[in-house]
Design a protein around this ligand. Structure first.
Ligand code: NAG
Length: 310
């Protein structure tokens, strides 16, 4: 069944549900019936991919004032996020990724201060990240990757100190990584790859010692890899490929013994490879190609018995 959000009335919420023999859908159906009875007490709406919902998000969304969770992942919604979104002050989880939404984020988004989980990835969102986003201090998860966002990161991002997952990849973000990012010490996942960021890595990156996944690839980053990076001992994935980094590899990289994926490709790294790299025995992927590295691979790389790509 195809549902048209432009006619989103409570009746349609019911019509949109599918096969009630499927228990997941049945749960959803029950939820919709509750929502049908009283929109203002509806707390959860799951309308993920199974319904192919198209059209724009109606302004009536603003009447769902009790909504704590709205998931409408993988449909074909278009148009913009209505400013009425700002009336859903109870919302904690908003998942509208994989649609065709556009326009800039309404500043009203920053009114939703109970938000913990925000997923807007894979749409066509434009414009910048507002400084007001710094008010969403309960956020632990934010993904706005794969959009057409631009501008520089507001320093206010650093107010979101509960954040564990931050995905800003594949946009047109400009400017540098702020030293304030070092305040996001709960981060375990950070991806800013495939943007137009520049400047050198702030040494404060090394404060993010819980990080397991760090993706900075395909930007215009300059400067060297700091020796302090050796403090990120939980890292399993690091990609800084396709930048303009230079200098030699700090021997401290060899401290990152949990690393399974290391991509340094297409930079201007110089010097020789340290024998200490042989300590990275969990590596399954390492790419050092297209740099100014001299000499041969240290024989210690032969110790990396799990390598499947070199
Ligand atoms: C949304 O998509 C429909 C169907 O392709 C189209 O008719 C409509 O004009 C679009 N609306 C907006 C706001 O882009």
């Amino acid at each position: 069944m195809t549902c048209f959000m432009s006619h989103l009335t409570t009746v349609l919420l019911v019509l949109c549900t599918v096969d009630i023999s499927d228990s997941a859908s049945f749960e959803a159906t029950t939820e919709y019936v509750n929502c049908l009875n009283d929109v203002a007490s509806c707390t959860k709406l799951y309308q993920n991919s199974y319904t192919d919902i198209s059209g724009t998000i109606p302004t009536e969304l603003g009447t769902f004032t009790a909504l704590q969770e709205w998931q409408i992942w993988k449909n074909v919604l278009n148009g913009t996020l209505p400013t009425e979104l700002g009336r859903l002050t109870n919302i904690a989880k908003l998942i509208v990724g994989y649609n065709s939404l556009t326009g800039s984020f309404p500043t009203e988004l920053a009114e939703l201060t109970r938000m913990t989980y925000l997923n807007l990835r894979n749409n066509n969102f434009l414009g910048t990240l507002h400084t007001e986003l710094g008010r969403l201090t309960d956020l632990t998860y934010m993904s706005v990757g794969y959009n057409s966002l631009t501008g520089s990161f507001p320093t206010e991002l650093a107010e979101l100190t509960r954040m564990t997952y931050l995905n800003l990849r594949n946009n047109n973000f400009l400017g540098t990584l702020h030293t304030e990012l070092g305040r996001l010490t709960d981060l375990t996942y950070m991806s800013v790859g495939y943007n137009s960021l520049t400047g050198s890595f702030p040494t404060e990156l090394a404060e993010l010692t819980r990080m397991t996944y760090l993706n900075l690839r395909n930007n215009n980053f300059l400067g060297t890899l700091h020796t302090e990076l050796g403090r990120l001992t939980d890292l399993t994935y690091m990609s800084v490929g396709y930048n303009s980094l230079t200098g030699s590899f700090p021997t401290e990289l060899a401290e990152l013994t949990r690393m399974t994926y290391l991509n340094l490709r297409n930079n201007n790294f110089l010097g020789t490879l340290h024998t200490e790299l042989g300590r990275l025995t969990d590596l399954t992927y390492i790419d050092l190609a297209y740099n100014g590295l001299m000499g041969s691979l240290p024989s210690e790389l032969g110790l990396l018995t799990r390598l499947t790509y070199l």
